[in-house]
Design a protein around this ligand. Structure first.
Ligand SMILES: O=P(O)(O)OC[C@H]1O[C@](O)(CO)[C@@H](O)[C@@H]1O
Length: 242
């Protein structure tokens, strides 16, 4: 595990963006696993800046997002489809048909999940999976549980997750109760993983995830088993790590 701690969030964003951009520069056909939430916004800003400087092209790349809410229209301002367009896809040359997110409005969600896994498989697996972490240790929307699911699946969101994400909606009742998420197995199959953790409110879970026991109670703790994991933390999130 390669752990890097930053005093300055801009430097963290640049480091994260550099990892993504360097991968696509050396492998223009790279398969990127992308994340949403507050955590990666600054990294996407830096990726867009580097793209606009002509340093990289995503023309031949492919992306798969971790998750999408169930039942939210694709063009809802808080859908992850909209998020990705707003923060990244509208600003780079990644072809629209190469940018994949689960369809949270599929009439047959199980078939949608199976098809999503098959597509990732056909792309030859994810080269770099970008991840944030929930306060309860979720990655993607894999919530703490007695068992974790290997592939893409429909998940019922933990109340804590709905409360955390309520800041983006008018009211907590508007936050969807379910999502489609890539499973822990799909995440761990990525060739490299880039976990980003920011803020004092994530310090406790960062410590549990990175140094605590490997347990389904903290899904992110399974990342300790990955041979090529890089973690970027700001100083506040790293304060319980020695
Ligand atoms: O970055 P945030 O907004 O704290 O969210 C943490 C994680 O939870 C999710 O919202 C669920 O996938 C991720 O997008 C994110 O990485």
């Amino acid at each position: 595990m390669n752990v890097l701690v930053f005093d300055d969030n801009e430097k963290l964003n640049e480091a994260g963006a550099n990892i993504i951009v360097s991968l696509v520069q050396t492998n223009p056909r790279a398969v990127l696993g992308l994340a949403t939430g507050g955590t990666p916004v600054g990294i996407y800003e830096q990726v867009v800046r580097m793209y606009k400087q002509g340093l990289v092209s995503f023309r031949n790349a492919t992306s798969y997002n971790l998750d999408e809410y169930v039942g939210l229209p694709e063009d809802h301002p808080e859908s992850y489809h909209t998020y990705m367009r707003r923060h990244l896809f509208d600003h780079i040359d990644l072809p629209a048909d190469s940018a994949h997110l689960p369809n949270g409005n599929a009439t047959d969600p199980d078939a949608e999940c199976a098809a999503y896994d098959e597509m990732i498989e056909r792309s030859g697996q994810i080269d770099l999976q970008l991840l944030g972490i929930g306060h309860n240790g979720h990655i993607g929307f894999n919530e703490p549980d007695t068992d974790l699911v290997r592939g893409t699946h429909v998940v019922t969101l933990a109340e804590e997750t709905r409360k955390a994400n309520a800041r983006y909606f008018d009211a907590i009742d508007d936050v969807p109760k379910q999502a489609i998420t890539m499973g822990i197995g799909s995440i761990l199959k990525a060739k490299t993983i880039l976990l980003v953790v920011r803020g004092a409110d994530k310090a406790e879970i960062a410590k549990r995830a990175l140094t605590g026991p490997i347990t389904t109670d903290v899904p992110a703790s399974l990342l300790q088993t990955h041979p090529r994991l890089t973690v970027l933390l700001d100083r506040a999130a790293a304060r319980h790590l020695s």
